[in-house]
Write a protein that binds this ligand. Structure first.
Ligand code: NAI
Length: 328
């Protein structure tokens, strides 16, 4: 039997946690032959800890053969101890009357502390995925708070946006979602993101040529993908949870097990390419192999794309400036 992989999940008793943990324990993320230990973090509130206990009871009741152990805690250093993978889902939601700036600062406190805890106790090659919003900037804060860990270990989730874009494109072009390749979502996980199918192919043919509708791209596709989160809240009365958990599983599975040459979108610290300043956590196309991601380089950026990529970058730079004083 393989050595169990230690997977830390924060916000484990929340909506996404409830859609995520059972799928990790059943082997959907790391493979049907890979045992896992779940290390779950929740707030030190009676209600949160009781809810976490309930989730752990249900995990027990599934009798998952691959679930080799469980830890439930309110201490990040316990949750992240020797973690191979850390899914940072828990975050402070926007409360009534709360400004975006306040939200950023409240989350900065959480991700500074969690970055420091990862720095102290996680495996040195821990793979970190930040889901909790604002995901890119939270990932940036955690990365900056973990100076002893390689920066490349810190990623933010753009995969839900990527998957949303694929489904919109498949419906528009009348093709199977699984046949679309080379789709990209650039930038921030926010309505400024830029979903870009200029390079996309379907069964080897250009999807852009097949769709051939610039008006639809600018006025329907890009805003639909960008505002999909709000549309889900409007329809469901709650934010996306199952699709977010699904995207988190896709992100980690591809990172760990590889993409076989396929492009996927990950928010990763920039290496300076595509005019994105180094260190900013920005959605880019990557391929994954042997547990490492590699950016797809050298794509041509036209004027329309440059403008959108700069707009989402400006938002990320503004967020970074808003938390700079906390990061030394
Ligand atoms: P939720 O409110 O149902 O659950 C969050 C859980 O995190 C709660 O149980 C809460 O007690 C816990 N929590 C809060 N602060 C914590 C901390 N410091 N340490 C440990 N646990 C903590 O929220 P939900 O729906 O599960 O969403 C979680 C986050 O994911 C939100 O920030 C949401 O905006 C974000 N999200 C991101 C997406 C993306 O594509 N990047 C997509 C959908 C949601």
């Amino acid at each position: 039997m393989k050595t169990p992989v230690r997977v830390a999940v924060t916000g484990a008793a929340g909506q996404i946690g409830y859609s995520l943990l059972f799928r990790i324990a059943s082997g959907e993320m790391l493979g049907k032959d890979q045992p896992v230990v779940l290390q779950m973090l929740e707030l030190p509130l009676e209600k949160a800890q009781a809810a976490l206990k309930g989730v752990m009871m249900e995990l027990e009741d599934c009798a998952f053969p691959l679930l080799a152990g469980m830890v439930g805690t309110d201490d990040p250093e316990v949750a992240f101890k020797d973690a191979d993978i850390a899914l940072l889902v828990g975050a402070r939601p926007r409360g009534p009357g709360m400004e975006r700036k306040d939200l950023l600062l409240e989350n900065a406190k959480i991700f500074t502390a969690q970055g420091a805890a990862l720095n102290k106790v996680a495996k040195r090659d821990v793979k970190v995925l930040v889901v909790g919003n604002p995901a890119n900037t939270n990932a940036y804060i955690a990365m900056k708070s973990a100076p002893d860990l390689p920066a490349k270990n810190f990623t933010a989730m753009l995969r839900l946006d990527h998957n949303r874009a694929l489904s919109q494109l498949a419906a528009k072009a009348g093709v199977a979602v699984g046949d679309i390749e080379k789709m990209v979502v650039w930038g921030n996980h926010s309505p400024t993101m830029y979903p870009d199918y200029r390079f996309a192919t379907v069964n080897g043919e250009s999807l852009k040529d097949k769709i051939n509708d610039a008006e639809w791209n600018a006025n329907v596709f890009i805003p639909t993908v960008g505002k999909r989160g709000a549309a889900i809240i409007e329809a469901r009365g709650l934010s996306s949870a199952a699709s977010a958990a699904n995207a988190a599983i896709d992100h980690i599975r591809d990172w760990v097990l590889g993409t076989n040459g396929k492009w996927v979108t990950m928010g990763v610290p920039s290496d300076g390419s595509y005019g994105i300043p180094e260190g900013i956590i920005y959605g880019v196309p990557v391929t994954c192999e042997n547990g490492e991601y590699t950016r797809v380089q050298g794509l041509e950026i036209d004027a329309f794309s440059r403008e959108r990529m700069d707009k989402t970058l400006a938002e990320l730079e503004e967020e970074r400036a808003g938390v700079a004083h906390l990061l030394g």
